[in-house]
Each structure stands twice: as structure tokens, then as C-alpha cells.
Design a binder for this molecule. Structure first.
Ligand code: ADP
Ligand code: MG
Length: 233
């Protein structure tokens, strides 16, 4: 009974979060550029991942009950070899055991580490009146402090995606500013349209989606979504 109660409490009004692994699976058909990854749950699988993936890698706890992985010490970046990977696995599991003892988890994600880009947030938030809304903003203080986000009901096309970006205070930073390179706005608007299509085709199930952060690279170099979280109804 206690378990059932816990689940109901956690899921609120029947809301169900998906792990990062499951969230990425949902988006499989939508051409979202993610870093290459493998999910491991033992040292043999970790060794296999070390052979297949290119270092440096990032390792993260994979759980549908841990939605902010860093908050519980569940993310380790810049892991350079197999020895560091085995140590990181231990540390992550110990941290999670300590800070989220009751949370179930489903393995550890080993991801190729994407080079740093301009950090953006691309998301979906469902609204009773408008249905799913696409949301975009520049990560970090721009969203959190300045509330510099653009929102638009889905579906959106590429032109509308560009208009959303142009409406941001932070657009100047994307568009090349005082010698800083112009970002791959083409790839970013493609990503926004893909996320919009996913939300449109799953309108009645999607409560929330967060790609946070999305790294945006200079023109021609694309984008990478290095985290994914979907909450369903
Ligand atoms: P959280 O659940 O805490 O949001 P994230 O998956 O976003 O966890 O990871 C935390 C941070 O680690 C990210 O904001 C990003 O800076 C970095 N990070 C995560 N995955 C990668 C990756 N594959 N490549 C590069 N950096 C990453
Ligand atoms: Mg994140």
C-alpha cells in the first residue's frame, strides 16, 4: 500500500515522468540530435561502452524518479578513460544512495561529451487553453533571471520558429555579436520544428518536455540536446 501511495503522490494527477533514456526513445523518429550513448548496469557493460564510445564521456543516473540528476550528485562530466568511468559509476551510485535513497533507477547513461556551445532551452509546456506550447530561451540567467523566453502554440513551422528566436532579448547573442560567431540558427529552428511535431502528434499525452540544455554551435556545426525530460499525463 505504501508503495502505491508513494507512486500516486509522486505522479500528482496521474503524471508520469520518463527517464532520460525513455525520453530520448520517444523522440527517436523526430531527428533530434543527441550525443551517442549507451545505458549500462554492470561493469561488463561499462567496459563495452568504453570500447564503443569515444572519450571523454559524461555519466548520469537514469531514473524516472530523479528529475534533476545534478541535484543528487547523479552527473559526472569529462570522464577520460575506463578507470575514471568505473570510479564515476561508484560515486554516482553512492551519491544517489545517499541523496535519493528511495528512488528506483534503471542503469547509468554513458554519453559522449558534447563540446560546449551556446546553451539554449527548448521545451513544451501544456496549457489548458492553448494545448501544448513550444518554449525557447537562452539557458542559465537569461531564462531564470530575465525570463527571456518565447512561447508559441504548436504546431509551428520554420518561419515561426525563427520569429520566436528573433523575439528574444538574447537573440543578439545567437546572431553573432561584437565578433562572437553567428550560431547555427538553421539547426536550432529545425530542432524546434521537430519538437513541435512530436508535441502535435502526441498532444493529449504530453504534459511537459525539456531539452535543457541544448548546445548550439557556430553556423554549419549544428546543435546537440544533452538532456531530455518528458512528463506525460
Ligand atoms: P540534470 O538532470 O541535472 O539537468 P543534465 O543531463 O542536464 O542533468 O546534466 C547536467 C549538466 O551536465 C548539463 O547542464 C550539461 O552542462 C552537462 N552535460 C550533461 N550531459 C552532457 C553531454 N553529453 N555532453 C556535455 N555536457 C553534458
Ligand atoms: Mg538538464
Amino acid at each position: 500500500f505504501n508503495d502505491v501511495f508513494k507512486k500516486v503522490e509522486m505522479e500528482g494527477l496521474n503524471e508520469k515522468a520518463l527517464s532520460e533514456f525513455e525520453s530520448r526513445l520517444e523522440l527517436l523518429d523526430y531527428k533530434v540530435p543527441f550525443p551517442k550513448q549507451m545505458k549500462v548496469s554492470c561493469d561488463d557493460e561499462l567496459a563495452e561502452a568504453s570500447r564503443v564510445l569515444e572519450f571523454p564521456v559524461v555519466m548520469k543516473i537514469n531514473s524516472d524518479e530523479i528529475l534533476h540528476k545534478s541535484d543528487v550528485g547523479g552527473v559526472k562530466v569529462n570522464i577520460r578513460n575506463y578507470e575514471e568511468a568505473t570510479a564515476a559509476k561508484k560515486t554516482i551510485l553512492r551519491n544517489v544512495e545517499e541523496k535519493a535513497a528511495s528512488a528506483q533507477h534503471d542503469g547509468i547513461l554513458v554519453q559522449e561529451m558534447a563540446p560546449q556551445g551556446l546553451e539554449m532551452i527548448v521545451g513544451i509546456s501544456s496549457d489548458a487553453q492553448f494545448g501544448p506550447m513550444l518554449l525557447v530561451g537562452m539557458g542559465g540567467i537569461f531564462v531564470e533571471v530575465f525570463k527571456d523566453v518565447a512561447m508559441c502554440p504548436v504546431p509551428i513551422n520554420k518561419k515561426e520558429a525563427l520569429e520566436m528566436l528573433e523575439g528574444l532579448q538574447s537573440f543578439k547573442l545567437l546572431n553573432g555579436y561584437r565578433g562572437s560567431e553567428k550560431s547555427d540558427i538553421e539547426a536550432l529552428t529545425d530542432l524546434m520544428v521537430s519538437v513541435s511535431q512530436y508535441a502535435q502528434q502526441n498532444r493529449n499525452e504530453i504534459k511537459e518536455l525539456d531539452l535543457n540544455p541544448v548546445f548550439v554551435y557556430p553556423e554549419g556545426k549544428g546543435v546537440k540536446a544533452v538532456d531530455a525530460l518528458i512528463v506525460k499525463y
